[in-house]
Write a protein that binds this ligand. Structure first.
Ligand SMILES: Nc1ncnc2c1ncn2[C@@H]1O[C@H](COP(=O)(O)OP(=O)(O)O)[C@@H](O)[C@H]1O
Ligand SMILES: [Mg+2]
Length: 213
């Protein structure tokens, strides 16, 4: 546990949605660019570190957030201690967050971290991955970067099973003319506990390694 609990007011620069950061970046585009570079480096590091016996447990999940963003954010790797709402969705209440997280990762461990999924039909793997991703979407444990770290985590599980990273490109488009189906899928997960659309997106984005090469 941390020696210091972060409040939402410690996270953002006053009057903005830009997080306070160690590089004192006050420009949204530059911050996005730095985050993108850190995330890209993280993919290389964590893929390199993948082992047949990698445990995709809670400590591993938190370490992805910590190690990806600790050079930029003081609160990297730490769960939020305040409730959060986004676009009408209420994520897991902060008081229940630690227990709820333990439950999710206990379930994942009970399913042996989806090891052996390389031998399953793609749809079965997509279904279990969508279930756990939907639980993490509803948990929304960090103040920021939940989407990226949750998808990194699931990409690493996919890669441990011989798939390439999941391609969400179409679903994540931010063009206002295009329906952003990843957000729709997330709303279904958080507001209705329905991960059907997310499963469809994951199944479409899973690429066997041979085809991805
Ligand atoms: N209206 C919403 N309802 C439910 N979930 C949402 C909503 N908007 C965003 N999300 C979820 O929150 C994630 C974004 O969380 P955030 O912490 O900002 O991460 P990032 O900065 O990496 O996108 C999205 O990927 C999606 O899963
Ligand atoms: Mg964000």
């Amino acid at each position: 546990m941390s020696k210091y609990q972060f409040q939402q007011s410690d996270i953002y620069q006053p009057g903005t949605d830009l997080p306070i950061n160690r590089l004192n970046i006050g420009d949204a585009e530059i911050l996005q660019e730095v985050e993108a570079q850190l995330l890209q480096q993280a993919y290389q590091t964590f893929v390199f570190e993948l082992r047949a016996d990698t445990r995709f447990d809670e400590a591993y999940f938190q370490s992805l957030h910590l190690r990806t963003f600790e050079s930029l954010y003081a609160w990297a790797g730490q769960y939020r201690t305040q409730d959060m709402v986004k676009g009408g969705s209420m994520f897991c209440r902060a008081t229940f967050l630690p227990n709820e997280s333990h439950r999710i990762f206990a379930e994942l461990e009970k399913e042996d971290f989806l090891r052996g999924a390389a031998a399953w039909p793609l749809d079965r793997f997509a279904g279990r991955l969508a279930y756990f991703q939907s639980e993490l979407i509803a948990l929304h444990p960090f103040y920021e970067l939940n989407g990226r770290i949750t998808r990194l985590f699931c990409d690493l599980i996919a890669m441990a099973n011989g798939y390439g990273p999941i391609d969400y490109a179409k679903a994540l488009q931010t063009d206002p003319e295009v329906d952003n189906s990843y957000i729709r899928a997330s709303i279904n997960c958080v507001q209705r506990a329905d991960y059907g659309l997310l499963q469809t997106l994951i199944a479409a984005g899973l690429t066997p390694n041979e085809a991805a090469a």
